[in-house]
Design a protein around this ligand. Structure first.
Ligand code: R2B
Ligand code: URA
Length: 310
């Protein structure tokens, strides 16, 4: 499979606003962002979201609410008097969304279909709101491959289950492959923000994105398993020999859709376990909770640094 190298160039206007690659949208009276409980006529999206610079996503509503509170303290943002942090998409009953000044914090659920729906609507939201040069970041969890629990992993390349640096779409019954490219420079910038004083490692490597947590990730402990432990270990060793350091379930769609939209993106996950040692996620809750703050800390350093430069 081959990709054209230049897709990114014309997907943004010279002022950095997101150009929509779908002319149908301009012709509609109103665009309803159904799963966000927002609409282009029912809401003044430019007024509400025009200042957004960072769109941070993670699996669960609670983690993203926590991140919103955390980043508020870190960037010293004060909510308008008399208001409190509220879930903007509460009435979608699908995703949660919190806005802290230039930072949007959104839950994306599990797996590529959930992220796909959200990204279509968030990319359109960036367009309607006329956001300039927004950056999309996934803050997630993953299984490490030869990497201990608690390690922070920045994705340099997202691979699908066939080891392609692409995401496979089915559109009108046809298979379409789109490149799953992340911003390499952004990944290096994030790596540089890891501190020697951090009591854990922050590494860069390839990420395998699967459509399942159990059989799809070579686990022996699902409801079904029709391969042996030897098969599993051979598979994980093969992944490791190709530079794969972690496995999760969203990176290819995240990379493919942001790249298609000309939006810079990064994926930063914390490993919950080392898959070479087992399959069950069994670290104590408090430990796991602390681990999940680690990618947030890195992204907070990036956001603070970027805002200070403006
Ligand atoms: C990491 O954690 C979830 C599965 O437990 C999935 O969303 C992912 O990518
Ligand atoms: N998320 C995954 O997708 N896999 C793991 O092993 C842990 C978290």
């Amino acid at each position: 499979y081959e990709f054209h190298a230049s897709v990114c160039v014309w997907t943004r206007y010279s002022d950095g606003t997101v150009k929509l690659r779908n002319s149908n949208i301009e012709l509609m009276d109103q665009d309803i962002l159904y799963h966000l409980a927002l609409g282009s006529e029912s809401h003044d999206l430019h007024e509400m979201f025009g200042d957004v610079k960072f769109v941070c996503m993670g699996g669960t509503p609670k983690r993203m609410e926590n991140f919103a509170h955390f980043i508020m303290g870190e960037i010293g943002y004060k909510l308008p008097a008399g208001t409190k942090l509220e879930d903007i998409s509460a009435y979608s009953y699908r995703y949660s969304m919190y806005k802290v000044g230039p930072v949007l914090c959104v839950s994306h659920g599990m797996g590529t279909p959930s992220v796909s729906i959200l990204l279509h609507e968030l990319i359109k939201l960036m367009y309607h709101a006329k956001c300039q040069d927004p950056i999309f970041i996934r803050i997630g969890t993953c299984g490490g491959v030869g990497v201990e629990g608690g390690t922070v992993i920045i994705t340099e390349e997202a691979l699908d289950s066939h080891m392609r640096n692409a995401h496979e779409f089915t559109i009108l019954g046809k298979t379409v492959l789109r490149p799953a490219k992340l911003d390499k420079k952004l990944a290096r910038e994030l790596k540089a923000l890891a501190s020697e004083d951090d009591p854990y490692d922050t590494i860069i490597g390839k990420t395998l994105c699967t459509n399942d947590f159990y059989e799809g990730q070579g686990r022996l402990d699902g409801a079904f398993c029709e391969f042996t432990e030897t098969d599993k270990m051979e598979y994980l060793e093969m992944l490791s020999s190709k530079g794969v350091v972690n496995i999760e379930m969203e990176s290819t769609i995240f990379a493919a859709l942001t790249y298609h939209a000309g939006i810079k993106a990064a994926v930063v996950c914390v490993a919950l376990l080392n898959r070479l040692n087992g399959d069950q996620v069994n670290a104590p809750k408090e430990v796991m909770h602390e681990w999940q703050n680690r990618p947030q800390t890195l992204i907070s350093r990036y956001i603070c640094k970027t805002l200070a430069q403006k």
